[in-house]
Write a protein that binds this ligand. Structure first.
Ligand SMILES: CC[C@@H](C(=O)O)C(=O)SCCNC(=O)CCNC(=O)[C@H](O)C(C)(C)COP(=O)(O)OP(=O)(O)OC[C@H]1O[C@@H](n2cnc3c(N)ncnc32)[C@H](O)[C@@H]1OP(=O)(O)O
Ligand SMILES: [Co+2]
Length: 135
């Protein structure tokens, strides 16, 4: 079962500047923001809490990754919506049985979560990520 929006992700050129912008917008303190590098995606990420969800700011590390390609083509902007489940393997099977084909296989994302993506061409031009907390 899909439980909630885990995060809304935005591709940015400069993570520090974007963090300052979103701190102003949301009125949140620096201590609540988690910054990490995610090797599987070659990105730096800032996770800014927002109720039960987060805003995820993504800056590419180098040119050979999905965020660098997105920025080169579109410039900064909304990149994907992530939906949380308790059982990503079961959800993947359920999605496949309804004709939705995941992009590649499950991998580790920010915070050690398991993640998988659905191509935006299958989902009304919105890139979707499914996430599961590490057990
Ligand atoms: C921090 C880690 C992790 C987490 O824990 O949260 C992350 O969030 S990592 C985030 C970055 N990683 C990914 O996005 C991985 C999944 N994405 C991909 O595999 C690719 O980006 C893609 C979706 C397959 C697109 O790549 P590619 O086909 O090489 O790019 P194109 O530019 O050729 O796009 C094809 C087609 O799709 C449209 N598109 C691309 N990206 C998006 C997007 N984010 N939202 C909506 N639409 C998108 C693009 O416009 C093209 O359309 P057409 O021009 O009509 O063909
Ligand atoms: Co994400």
């Amino acid at each position: 079962m899909i439980k909630k929006i885990d995060h809304i992700a935005i591709a940015v050129e400069n993570l520090e500047r974007a963090i300052e912008t979103f701190k102003s917008v949301l009125g949140c303190a620096s201590e609540t923001i988690i910054i990490e590098e995610v090797a599987s995606e070659n990105v730096r990420v800032a996770l800014i809490p927002l109720g039960e969800s987060r805003i995820e700011l993504l800056q590419p590390l180098g040119d050979d990754n999905a965020i660098a390609r997105f920025l080169a083509k579109n410039g900064e902007g909304m990149h994907h919506i992530a939906l949380e489940t308790d059982d990503i393997s079961h959800e993947t099977e359920r999605l496949e049985s309804s004709g939705l084909k995941p992009l590649g296989s499950q991998k580790e994302g920010a915070g050690g979560k398991q993640i998988i993506f659905l191509h935006p061409k299958q989902t009304n031009r919105v890139l979707l990520e499914i996430t599961q907390e590490p057990h």
